[in-house]
Design a protein around this ligand. Structure first.
Ligand SMILES: Cc1cc2nc3c(=O)[nH]c(=O)nc-3n(C[C@H](O)[C@H](O)[C@H](O)COP(=O)(O)O)c2cc1C
Length: 412
């Protein structure tokens, strides 16, 4: 059998493509409309360069940090994704891999595995919620996550229900019935290993969302049932954000912030952290890459809340670039999904190892001993790279509360 280890995330993606039915692979590629944002998330990292040193390098590669109250082995977290039908162990495999590597995990409320099982596999789990249903229903989901032992909450609000992709949307069945089997059959028959993985477990791919109910074991809605409920829920206001935050006793992240004015409102709502994110390019197409928006947001609120970034991270050097531009840590989405599809838990561990090694190489080349030492001087930022969104004068320096140094921004 060929070596299951892969040397880059790009290779994991190639293997995922070969292994998964076309529709499942397409659901992970995702993106929306023309794919402008999903492309820019990757292109923007390529535009950033490094300013390496020649001698005086260090063998030290310190990466340990603290995010959302959790001590983690490196500034990389698992971003929440609905891992429908990628692998029979789904989010539990991801949680085990993250725990094995000392990495915290965001679990989607649209995930295919119950929060209780995921927390058992990785106690450093944050539960992610969308604004779906009534306040009472949301409270019940939060209570369940709390009882299960989730150590933080992630609220994701950047979703505008866009549909339609120029390259075609995948067919996702709401349940495996005759119609689904007929539509999926040609794709599945040419991807026997994926089917075999599920056949070994004696289960068909799970298309329900067990964390959308208040009690473990209660009959969960299907993914599309929950999505319909979400579409009918009134859109949340900033008062609602403050309310949601007040209901969670512990670290709370608002994910999907792209603008300085929104970042300030998030601070006012009392959040612990924000993630500068455009939902991996799956939301409003034409939104710039999150890394372009990061510097202004980090300058504005990096002293008050933890600023994370997600979108487009595919290698350790991307992590270094994001840290140098002001992120405290990054979250990864597709990178670990490709690893999961390629080789289950070991594939996710492989991806985390690649990111750690790549980040370590960047530290060495930049003559930095620790990720905490990375600064803007380490990267080459081309003119016009940044997008300073939600600032009155986009070219003016962003007003900060106190002069900011990266070290000062790190709580003890
Ligand atoms: C297939 C897929 C499903 C996702 N599901 C969720 C989700 O349920 N909740 C959420 O907050 N973000 C979700 N996201 C967004 C990710 O958390 C993250 O923001 C994004 O993937 C980061 O970009 P990257 O994939 O380039 O790393 C999803 C992304 C993908 C690709």
């Amino acid at each position: 059998m060929a070596n299951a280890w892969f040397e880059t995330v790009a290779e994991a993606q190639r293997r995922a493509r070969r292994r998964l039915p076309k529709g499942v692979y397409g659901a992970l590629v995702a993106g929306s409309e023309k794919g402008l944002t999903v492309d820019d998330n990757l292109r923007a990292f390529d535009e950033l360069g490094f300013a390496p040193h020649t001698a005086g390098l260090s063998n030290k590669r310190e990466m340990v940090t603290r995010v959302m109250g959790q001590d983690v082995s490196m500034p990389v977290l698992i971003s929440p994704t609905g891992v429908q039908a990628v692998h029979p162990d789904g989010e539990v495999a991801v949680a085990r891999a993250a725990a094995a590597r000392g990495v915290a995990m965001g679990l989607s409320s649209f995930a295919s595995k119950p929060v209780e099982e995921v927390v058992a596999a990785n106690p450093q789990t944050f539960f992610q919620m969308y604004w779906v249903g009534t306040r009472d229903e949301m409270l019940a989901r939060m209570d369940r996550a709390k009882r299960a032992g989730a150590v933080g909450m992630i609220a994701t609000l950047d979703w505008s229900f866009a549909y339609g992709r120029d390259w075609g949307s995948p067919f996702i069945p709401s349940k495996i019935d005759f119609e689904a089997a007929r539509k999926y059959a040609p794709q599945v028959l040419v991807r026997p290993r994926w089917l075999l993985d599920f056949a070994r477990t004696g289960r068909i791919p799970d298309l329900t969302v067990p964390n959308m109910v208040a009690t473990p074991g209660e009959t969960p809605p299907t993914f599309f049932g929950a999505y319909g409920m979400w579409m009918q829920s009134p859109m949340p206001s900033w008062e609602d954000v403050a309310w949601l935050r007040s209901q969670w006793d512990g670290p709370f992240m608002l994910k999907g912030v792209m603008r300085v004015d929104d970042a300030r409102r998030a601070v006012d709502a009392g959040v612990t952290a924000i993630s500068v994110s455009n939902h991996g390019g799956n939301n409003l197409d034409g939104t710039p890459a999150s890394i372009r928006a990061l510097p202004a947001v980090a300058e504005a609120v990096g002293e008050q809340v933890e600023v994370l970034l997600d979108g487009g991270i595919r290698r350790g050097s991307d992590v270094a670039k994001a840290l140098a531009l002001g992120a405290r840590a990054v979250m990864i989405g597709r990178a670990y999904l490709w690893g999961l599809a390629a080789n289950g838990q070991a594939g996710v561990e492989n991806v985390l190892d690649l990111l750690r090694d790549g980040l370590g190489s960047a530290l060495t080349g930049l003559a930095r001993e620790s990720t905490a030492d990375l600064s803007r001087d380490d990267v080459v930022v081309p003119p016009g790279f940044e997008r300073r969104l939600g600032v009155d004068e986009p070219d003016a320096p962003v007003e900060t509360v106190r002069p900011r140094t990266r070290k000062a921004a790190r709580p003890a």
